[in-house]
Design a protein around this ligand. Structure first.
Ligand code: UDP
Length: 328
């Protein structure tokens, strides 16, 4: 099987490359290194089944050439991270919406099955627990920049579903819930690598708001296994799936656990949201996935607990920090 992975040098993309190569499959990765890192895939570059193309997914000709060479496409390339979205809203919207349009057009042209990674962010400010795939998406107003991400990713989902309905292009949509693990950087705001790095450096852990908001963190290896199984399963086509963990933790407790597991003497500081992200910022209070659909189809069950995830991230980051690697 020949696979194209857009965003192949990214955090999740690089783990997916490894997973498929370990199965003896070919991988063509495309990445423009905007948030992807060469360091993530440097160990794969000499692998005989791995090819890397340095280009943007908005380059129509290159994307067409890549899609023509493969049997199927995992479309992961995207602007990610709340901080990046708040700081670079124009680029975020254009990359997500235009890039996905280019990828889907090429997949339609060559009739290649495509899996699109979406996000739990699309559930927006709905307060249902847990979120199910057929729930309404409740997105805030356009002057609150955060919602640009949810809205752009939701549009990608609509476009993919439109191709499915219009021409039966095989599409699978996966809404990932707070995927974390080695290689994720805290640069774009993600809380687990930020807290672990702060704890390792003996700096205060920066909890935004009062820390009562909750999330469920899923190890990237669990998420990537689900992506491959869903792509392999004909019953997944034309469908949307939540993928994540149901181990819910408040951000305050997450900070306490990181300090304990890392064995750090760091303190916790509480930072108001407007100080962290500027005025008019909204956060979600709870975000838990309903996993019944993905469990029924592929028997998905996360294998990693939160404490394992924190240990894995700490092992990775401490190695990077002692070797003086920039950006962590
Ligand atoms: N968060 C925090 N301190 C940080 C970074 C994030 O308290 O240094 C909070 C953030 O406000 C949110 C939660 O942690 O409530 C998860 O943030 P992340 O950006 O990892 O994911 P998302 O907001 O997309 O769930």
């Amino acid at each position: 099987m020949r696979n194209l992975i857009t965003g192949g040098a990214g955090f999740i993309g690089s783990h997916l490359c490894e997973w498929l190569l370990a199965q003896g499959q070919r991988v063509l990765a495309i990445d423009d290194f905007s948030t992807g890192r060469h360091d993530n895939i440097a160990h794969l570059e000499n692998h005989s089944l791995f090819t890397l193309v340095c280009a943007s997914i908005t380059d129509e000709q290159i994307v067409r050439e890549c899609v023509a060479q493969v049997d199927r496409v995992f479309h992961l390339a995207s602007a990610v991270g709340v901080r990046l979205i708040v700081e670079q809203p124009v680029k975020t919207i254009e990359t997500i919406v235009h890039g996905t349009s280019v990828v889907l057009q090429a997949c339609a042209r060559y009739r290649r099955p495509v899996l699109l990674t979406s996000t739990s962010e699309v559930y927006g400010k709905a307060n249902k627990v847990p979120f199910s795939e057929d729930d309404d998406l409740v997105i805030g107003p356009a002057f609150r920049r955060r919602w640009a991400y949810a809205c752009s990713k939701a549009l990608d989902e609509f476009l993919a579903m439109a191709y499915w309905h219009h021409s039966r292009l095989p599409v699978v949509i996966v809404r990932l819930f707070n995927t974390v693990g080695p290689r994720q950087t805290g640069q774009y705001g993600m809380v687990v690598p930020r807290f672990v790095r702060q704890a390792l450096a003996g700096e205060p852990l920066t909890v935004y708001g009062d820390g009562s908001q909750t999330r469920c963190f899923c190890h990237v290896k669990d998420a990537v296994g689900a992506l491959v199984k869903l792509m392999d399963h004909p019953g997944a086509r034309g469908q949307i799936f939540n993928v994540g963990s149901q181990e819910e933790v408040s951000i305050r407790e997450l900070a306490e656990r990181v300090i304990r597991i890392v064995g750090s003497s760091s303190k916790i500081v509480y930072i108001p949201f407007d100080q962290a992200f500027g005025p008019d910022f909204e956060d979600m209070q709870r975000r838990v996935p309903d996993l019944r659909k993905v469990q029924q189809l592929i028997g998905f069950q996360p294998r990693y607990q939160l404490d394992d995830i924190i240990r894995d991230v700490a092992a990775y980051l401490s190695g990077r920090m002692t070797s003086g690697f920039p950006g962590y």
